[in-house]
Design a protein around this ligand. Sequence first.
Ligand code: CP
Ligand code: NVA
Length: 338
Amino acid sequence: MDNIDLKGRDFLKLLDYTPQEINYLLDLSAALKAMKKAGQSTAWFTGRNVALIFEKTSTRTRCAFEVAAHDLGMGSTYLDPTGSQIGRKESVADTARVLAGMYEGIEYRGFGQKIVEELAQYADVPVWNGLTNEFHPTQMLADMLTIRECFGSEKGAHVTFYGDCRYNTANSLMVAGAKTGMHITLCAHPEYFPGEELTAQCRAIAEESGGSITFQTDPMKAAVGADVIYTDVWVSMGEPDEVWAKRIEDLAPYRVTRQIMDTAGEKAVFMHCLPAFHDKNTGIGREICGKFGLTEMEVTDEVFESSRSVVFREAENRMHTIKAVMAATLGIPDGAVR
Ligand code: CP
Ligand code: NVA
């Protein structure tokens, strides 16, 4: 493992991390995954505790933090979207100082990136971003680990993302690609491309890493040469129901279909951060079907359920990568991981 020390650092967005540090976190994730599979203990932080603030709901991120904390020997407290005073009765700055007095680390999932940045400013323990409107950095570590497992390396991988390219997952994918030398193509209706400032920043970083950022509006052209076809929900948590009609109209041509997978070629895999709307087996899926007659949204059920879909491996990797982020920023004992 590289000689990199992340003890005491926050994990708020990948822009704050060097390519070497990201590489270290991915190597560490793979090592922790192997240790878990071999039944080896990683309970290095017995007696410590972490606070998990979720102002938006979650399955993967919450479970990943809880299981990883447990595997590291720590206790965890889950604060649900209504279960704390944060933002309503108590400021972010006050909450940060209260929690930092009791916990060795704080995870935050919620709305604006500036909230998690403020939390980190006032908490003198590591703060980890479990998703904001702008970024989803722990998701990217899981995605890059999955790409490594599928193709040997994330560097040089061609990843095409379809759908809402302005939100957390696509923004973070663009940053991850720029940092690690991936070729990222964002494919959408032109209204859904990321902001100019972040794009320019990522393109400058990509020049150093050998990666690239490309925008495309033609779904078939975007698929050519892709190793990974990636999508996310068309309407994200916290957005109002009123946006559905326009979103469906604008993004329906960007649904991931078998034709897109076939155009990408035989070796291409399908990825999705999840949860996904690929059938009518969810409350929202049924509601949208009732209103708009759609039985699948950002991805067809056929692609989602196909052998090329690696979404559940990707979901499992959330836990190993989140464990790496917590362990590295809390300070792994010398010699504990080889
Ligand atoms: N991918 C992801 O963040 O899933 P959850 O919303 O279930 O945490
Ligand atoms: N863009 C999605 C990601 C969910 C993991 C959302 O914010 O709801």
